[in-house]
Design a protein around this ligand. Structure first.
Ligand code: PGA
Length: 253
């Protein structure tokens, strides 16, 4: 059987001053026990260089950005390109987080262009998908998630697709303290894997890491990560405290 990568990624969102971020990364990298799990930190842009310097050389720690622009360079005031991120050795970029879709009006078409930019600069996208509460209540979450995958990812060649990590994040569970049940997570992850299998084949589907995100914390992580198709987590609030984040990293049985 193909061994998928186990991943725990911390998305700091728009939190931490420079000094606070310096303290947090130091605590996490100093206290991380040797692990097979890939630990990814996604701090705000201003922290990337420092976090990168702190984790370089720590086994299994990787650097991610939370977003990037699709263009190479140019007149896009306030934006950061994939080329810039590559130049400071960023390895992953979160693309399509529901907060980007909601507050910054990022459409599936924009996300497809960002995915291409990330891959063109030798980084790996962590592509977020997931439904809002009204979609879950209508029972159409699978159609919605399939459409998100198709529109942003399925133009990729099989080789390029191998670089993609998926994060399923039901919007109703993000920052709300309301986690998807382990069964709800497993059902959607298995569905996502079946959609990938339909497009790229079973082997590619088995090799894709699919993370769960949405109010994941030290008390529910073990059960979520114990599901057959859940390969780890994308952690928001609980990634801002070293104790909680490290406990989640150690939650694989
Ligand atoms: P949360 O956020 O863990 O605070 O719910 C998860 C995410 O948005 O990635």
């Amino acid at each position: 059987m193909i061994q998928r990568q186990r991943i725990v990624a911390g998305n700091w969102k728009m939190n931490k001053s420079y000094v606070e971020g310096r303290e947090l990364v130091k605590e996490i990298s100093d206290r991380l026990q040797p692990t097979d799990t890939m630990v990814i930190l996604a701090p705000p842009f201003i922290h990337l260089n420092n976090v990168g310097n702190n984790i370089r050389g720590v086994a299994n720690m990787f650097l991610a950005a939370q977003n990037c622009h699709w263009a190479e360079s140019g007149a896009y005031t306030g934006e950061i390109s994939a080329r810039m991120l590559e130049s400071i050795e960023v390895q992953y970029v979160i693309i399509g987080h529901s907060e980007r879709r909601e507050y910054f009006l990022e459409t599936d078409e924009i996300l497809a262009k960002k995915i291409d930019a990330v891959l063109a600069h030798n980084m790996r996208p962590i592509f977020c998908c997931g439904e809002k509460l009204e979609v879950r209540e209508a029972g159409t979450q699978e159609q919605l998630v399939e459409e998100q995958l198709r529109k942003a990812l399925f133009h990729l060649s099989p080789e390029a697709f191998q670089k993609v990590v998926i994060a399923y994040e039901p919007v109703w569970a993000i920052g709300t303290g309301k986690t998807a049940s382990p069964q709800q997570a497993q059902d959607m992850h298995a569905f996502i894997r079946s959609v990938i299998a339909g497009q790229y084949g079973d082997e590619a589907a088995q090799a894709t890491s699919i993370l769960y995100g949405g109010s994941c914390n030290p008390s529910n992580a073990r059960e979520l990560f114990g599901q057959a198709d859940v390969d780890g987590g994308l952690i928001g609030g609980a990634s801002l405290k070293a104790d909680d984040f490290l406990a989640i990293v150690n939650s694989f049985s």
